[in-house]
Design a protein around this ligand. Sequence first.
Ligand code: OXD
Ligand code: MN
Length: 584
Amino acid sequence: MTNHQKLTAWVDEMVRLCKPDRVVWCDGSEDEKRRLTADALRSGDLEELNQEKLPGCYLHHSALNDVARTEHLTYICTPTKDETGPTNNWMEPGEAYRTLGGLFDGSMKGRTMYVVPFVMGPARSPFSKVVVELTDSLYVALNIRIISRMGKVALDMLGETGEFTKALHSKGDLDMARRFICHFPQDNTIWSIGSGYGGNALLGKKCMALRIASCLGRQEGWLAEHMLIVGIENPKGETSYVAAAFPSACGKTNLAMLVPPASLPGYKIWTVGDDIAWLRIGPDGRLWAINPEAGFFGVAPGTNKKSNPNALATVQKNSIYTNVALLPDKTVWWEGMDGAPPEKCLDWKNEPWTPASKEKAAHPNSRFTAPASQCPSISPEWENPAGVPITAIIFGGRRSQTIPLVFESFNWQHGVFVGATMSSETTAAAIGAVGVVRRDPMAMLPFCGYNMGDYLSHWIGMGDKIKHPPKIFNVNWFRTGPDGKFLWPGFGDNLRVLLWILDRCEGRGPAVKTPIGLIPTPDALNLTGLNIDPEALRTLLHVDRAAWQAELDDQKTFFNKLGDRMSPVLTNEHAALSQRLRNA
Ligand code: OXD
Ligand code: MN
């Protein structure tokens, strides 16, 4: 299938290591999809769903201990620990190759190795990169087929000498004690063993498109970010694009597919990407973004007609569901779906479930994998090889207190500081306690492939190179009142905040200057048709000095943790914020 000698030599070497019974090169054809799906049904990797109601859809149950990313088992393997930095786990490359080499040795005996070449980014885009993943998981091969451009297209792009990321994956024995996800930026290589879960096993996604790509971006002068990309079309038919970073399971997919409220007629939202953005400086001096993925690997629970009708429409065909509940008619269900819970179903562990059951029917991190092309709001520009020009960058986290609904940074440097001090309450997307506030710069804490201090300096440095930089904003949809309920309606009404952001980018939109940034005056947001308590709005736009003092202290603790690689520009921004709060 290829005359790329380095590729075939590497595959041969990995075959000698893993010792599969068979090696299958994937070409991405429909015929191959039919064959692989039939094999997956036979092996139990997939279960067929109701083909009348959900054509081309299948269900996958993962191992019970393999339902989310395992950050504590994820390593960056650089020659020195300093290059990896204090926020990543580090393993010396020689030791990592030895340890994992021992586990990969013979790991595919009795199994098939799938050679899965794919492009991250639109075909023929100078932004795009090729990855070849070797995996013993049919589920992984079939998922990659959905979330990337897989098969011949990638080999064609590689030609005989092209560069590619070498990604080796084996389920191993799925035991957490023998699970490692290792990245070798200096070798453009990823080795992952012991997990079949998306973020640990679909190596093009978090491992390549964020961790390895962030290293490539630093070398080559661009940014690989955990951001959605969305176009907002106004009633005049003009579209502006924004990129927004939120930690996992904070509603990126919902924002990317937002449906405008009926009370704001004439607006349209165009989805370019829901999770990852690669941003480069264009010939016009603006920042341009592509979505390196071709599909969505979204969190299912909470997806319903109100929160995300576009996602719901997207997943009605050709989709793989993971760890959702199965209804008697072989359709699927999860908590937060429209209507009453089913009287009975099989839960994500394949056990009988009724509304009286104590456990959730769908795992809180259950997922759908669906082709982006099926999304009703998919942007006509989503595969444009040049990407889309970015007018605003938005950072946001899940914070029940302190952080206002929206504020604008004073300039690029202050905006980078706002991103660097992002924080969020943890979710089920990663193993560990849920609901704990953690600092998560640019939502990249688990995904930055090198020293976080250097990463933040790279952001500062990019500002010097972008002639027309986007304005930078912060949002928080998750602020709660004394009763614990959200103060802001969220979902489609988030458009009201996006419209203020775009107004600001066009030099309009009233704002008040506060120590933390520019905040909309209460009448600056278009609230037509929204019934919101004025007191709730006041709280949403209020800067509580005492709470911000505590915030400053926590930011400082985090910056100190980043050590001597921390950008002095950002420590100065911290001091300036402290001063502004004192003077206020
Ligand atoms: C994801 C994540 O899967 O961020 O997108 O965990
Ligand atoms: Mn994500």
